[in-house]
Design a protein around this ligand. Structure first.
Ligand code: TYD
Length: 138
């Protein structure tokens, strides 16, 4: 089986440092390898909460800790890896068919997601065993 997990990487985004405040920008096909079709964000996450718990069939995304920090657990059906995100100028690129869970949110954290597709519930595996079966077919 292809090591899909190795294809999920933390990318450094451009950072314009300035005494007035830093600036980061993200452009389609330059800093993410897709057209950005949708942006969503998680905020006001209560302590101890867990989000995610799904995989996508086609969708690709970049996850950025805009504020604070949290962990993303990546799982390709064979291996699991925990990635800690805490920089506004870094993003975790997640390819399709990766199971992900998010936890360990710090107080006031904001998780922004740039997605390659519009929202489509049919693109989700929300059941882990169903995801594993689909992975086994690959
Ligand atoms: P959900 O997928 O459970 O969030 P998480 O990323 O933490 O797993 O989504 C929560 C709800 O929000 C669910 O009813 C679907 C809805 N939703 C949209 O309508 N549009 C979106 O872009 C997203 C990401 C979710």
């Amino acid at each position: 089986m292809t090591p899909l997990l190795d294809q999920c990487i933390v990318v450094d985004l451009p950072k314009i440092s300035d005494p007035r405040g830093n600036l980061t920008f993200i452009e389609s096909h330059r800093h993410v390898p897709f057209d950005i079709a949708r942006v969503y964000y998680l905020y006001d996450v209560p302590g101890g909460a867990e989000r995610g718990g799904h995989a996508h069939k086609q969708l690709r995304q970049l996850i950025v800790a805009m504020s604070g920090s949290f962990d993303v657990i990546l799982d390709d059906g064979l291996n699991r890896r925990r990635v800690h995100l805490n920089r506004s100028y870094q993003g975790l690129l997640i390819r399709p068919m990766i199971w992900r869970e998010l936890d360990n949110f710090s107080s006031g954290s904001v998780c922004m997601v740039l997605a390659s597709e519009l929202y489509d519930e049919n693109d989700y595996y929300r059941d882990y065993s169903e995801y594993l079966s689909a992975r086994g077919d690959k």
